[in-house]
Design a protein around this ligand. Structure first.
Ligand code: FEO
Length: 387
């Protein structure tokens, strides 16, 4: 697929993998993007997931015919991009791997490759002919060895995981359709929240470092290539990495053992609906907490429900709250509710986790004993506080 005279898309769509990193659901699939820069010298930028060896090789051969690859640029060593590094080295034995010093031991560790590696430094350029590639380190976006590749003549940034999103391309290789950003936005927030969300400060550092480039095309490793809606994508990543809520609204996330905490969650949802306060209701026992994490990044308010289980927070809810803690999410309003049978504890413990995160506590947690009947919790007052 031709992006310009010199740049080609060689990536693949994955509709088969159920979970990214074997944990994050992929209801809309995912793409593993890779790119060719074809000049006097030819550079391949990143590879793809191991399951796509044949298709990936065919994509490359369709663009190159008998021409050989001179350089394989390794921006990031997570195996969704680097798994086919060995394959490329076998098929194109004269290829030189171009990467930074931190990736070198990972290349040996994953692939046993120690030769034909050219180590580049921050800002270094690699001439290809009429075009060139320049490299900038963006550590922890998303691993320590991560870098991005800039082609100044094409004003194109090969950004690695940065600006990526879940969702297969289904032919939407670029954002030529004006609705693409809106179509992918939810999955971009979820991708960021799940994969990169812990690294807000490194993302901010990367945005500052790359801010001076006159970028006309962003080629990420997941999701569409951004040419027309670059400002929307960069602004979204900027806000998320500052932990700024994207909109006003409430994420109600709950777990329930016998339906009582669930009934309470539904009553709160009803109170919010009556007040026309936007909300989502995420059942942490019915779906992965991936979606609730996305909604925490989206909304300014989080209300969490959990029964008390062995004197603790119900495990699926604890996993979600630990996910928030691990990502060091800031700047949210918070309240907790939940049922207990003989001894409470979950509501207090959830509130303490929110205090530790620096969240604004909207009110004392709403804890109720045994069965839930409408009106048992003061959700009227809580819903008013969520305005
Ligand atoms: Fe898409 Fe961090 O790998």
């Amino acid at each position: 697929m031709k992006l310009s005279e010199k740049i080609r898309y060689a990536g693949v769509d994955d509709h088969r993998e159920k979970n990214f990193e074997n944990q994050w659901p992929l209801p809309k699939g995912i793409s593993y993007n890779a790119y060719l820069v074809i000049d006097k010298k030819i550079a391949l930028i990143d590879t793809a997931d191991a399951a796509f060896a044949d298709e990936f090789l065919r994509n490359i051969q369709a663009e190159l015919g008998d021409r050989r690859i001179d350089y394989l640029i390794v921006n990031h060593m997570e195996p969704d991009h680097s798994a086919l590094l060995s394959l490329i080295s076998r098929e194109y034995p004269e290829v030189t791997i171009v990467t930074n010093a931190k990736a070198v031991p990972m290349i040996e560790g994953y692939h046993g490759i120690t030769d034909r590696i050219r180590v580049i430094r921050e800002g270094e350029s690699l001439p290809l002919g009429e075009t060139s590639l320049q490299f900038f380190m963006v550590p922890m976006v998303h691993w320590p060895e991560t870098m991005v590749t800039w082609c100044p003549e094409e004003k194109t940034l090969f950004s690695g995981d940065a600006f990526g999103c879940f969702g297969a391309l289904n032919g939407n290789i670029t954002d030529s359709k004006s609705t693409i950003f809106e179509e992918y936005k939810d999955e971009m927030i979820r991708y960021y929240a799940n994969i990169v969300g812990k690294y807000g400060t490194p993302v901010q550092n990367a945005l500052k470092k790359l801010g001076g480039l006159d970028i006309h095309r962003i080629c990420s490793t997941h999701g569409p290539i951004w040419e027309r809606q670059i400002a929307d994508v960069v602004s979204l990543y900027d806000k998320m990495s500052r932990y700024e809520p994207l909109e006003h609204g409430v994420c109600i996330a709950f777990g329930s053992m016998y339906g009582n905490t669930e009934k309470a969650a539904l009553e709160l949802a009803e109170q919010l609906r009556e007040r026309e306060i936007p909300y989502t209701l995420r059942n942490l026992t019915a779906e992965s907490y991936s979606f609730a994490l996305r909604d925490v990044f989206r909304f300014d308010t989080l209300v969490v429900g959990s029964p008390t289980y062995n004197n603790e927070i119900f495990p699926p809810v604890r996993q979600f709250l630990e996910g928030i803690r691990d990502r060091q999410i800031k700047n949210r309003r918070f309240a907790a509710f939940g049922s207990f049978t003989w001894a409470g504890g979950s509501v207090k413990q959830m509130t303490q986790m929110a205090v530790d995160a620096g969240f604004e506590i909207l009110r004392e947690g709403l804890s109720f004993k045994q069965g839930y009947m409408p009106g048992k919790c003061d959700f009227d007052a809580l819903a008013d506080l969520c305005r």
